[in-house]
Write a protein that binds this ligand. Structure first.
Ligand code: SAH
Length: 253
């Protein structure tokens, strides 16, 4: 049996209770060493084998899992954040299915949730934005043309950019070309929830300068949109005059 576990964004106690329990029971752990907090390995039992997938190919990961299965061992595949976001789990799942190896996915706290928490921010403010676009700049992994930053920018909604911290010059140009004002607020969260987390607030115009000055080239999220500003409307849900399933509004009493 293999468990894909979302390790959370960084802080060692932001793994789920289920993820933690399975980690303590694992015989083999294959962890994404480039981003997973290595302190999580302290939760594993004595004799548990640790493999850093940063140095491995997909084939080597699968070979490690196959060997563990043959020895009746339980494997944990530890991915950073939540494995559904840029986690490369689908290609593993398809091979596990072919090999008839059982698996289960245990969700984790994605770094974009960790970043919002660190900022005390809400991505979905009434009358500001009710949608979050999670995307990335094209790097060595291509992004479909129809998902260009420019086309998403036209919505001026909340945007979360993964895997893009070394590409902020081009990113800013695309955001403005698509429709955001150049003074739209931006927050860069480096190593969200890690002990050495850093937060930088800027605008689309000053984003690249901010990245260069602070030497941020990886492990950061770029958050864009007016949810970072000061104007919004309060929610209807907690409005005294608003009636819903669990509460009668004052005006309707
Ligand atoms: N599955 C992960 C994302 C993996 S892609 C998740 O759910 O968070 C790797 C990218 O995620 C990094 O390049 C960076 O943009 C972002 N990232 C991961 N952990 C981060 C953290 N603690 N703080 C800021 N960005 C992070």
């Amino acid at each position: 049996m293999l468990y894909f576990i979302g390790a959370g964004p960084g802080a060692v106690d932001l793994i789920t209770m289920k993820g933690h329990r399975l980690l303590t029971e694992a015989d083999v752990v294959i962890y994404a060493g480039s981003l997973v907090n290595p302190e999580l390995l302290n939760y594993t039992k004595e004799g548990c084998e640790h493999y850093n997938s940063a140095h491995m190919t997909l084939e080597e990961v699968i070979e490690t899992v196959k060997k563990a299965e043959a020895e009746n061992k339980m494997t944990v595949r530890l991915h950073t954040g939540d494995s559904s976001i840029y986690g490369a789990i689908r290609e593993q799942i398809d091979i596990l299915n072919e090999l008839n190896i059982k698996y289960q996915v245990v969700p984790g706290v994605s770094s974009f949730c960790g970043a919002a928490a660190s900022l005390g921010a809400e991505y979905t403010l009434p009358n500001v934005s009710q949608s979050v676009i999670i995307t990335r700049m094209e790097g060595r992994t291509p992004v479909p043309e129809r998902e260009s930053i420019r086309s998403f920018a036209a919505h001026k909604s909340t945007m979360v950019l993964f895997l893009s911290s070394s590409l902020t010059e081009e990113l800013s140009k695309e955001l403005v070309a698509g429709g955001y004002e150049s003074d739209t607020p931006v927050a860069v969260v480096y190593k969200a929830t890690w002990p050495d987390e850093k937060i930088f607030r800027c605008t689309i115009e000053t984003l690249h300068k901010t990245m260069v000055e602070n030497n941020i080239t990886k492990t950061a999220l770029v958050l864009v949109g007016y949810f970072l500003g000061n104007d919004y409307e309060r929610s209807e849900l907690y409005n005294p005059n608003f009636t819903h399933e669990y509460r009668i509004g004052k005006l309707n009493e």
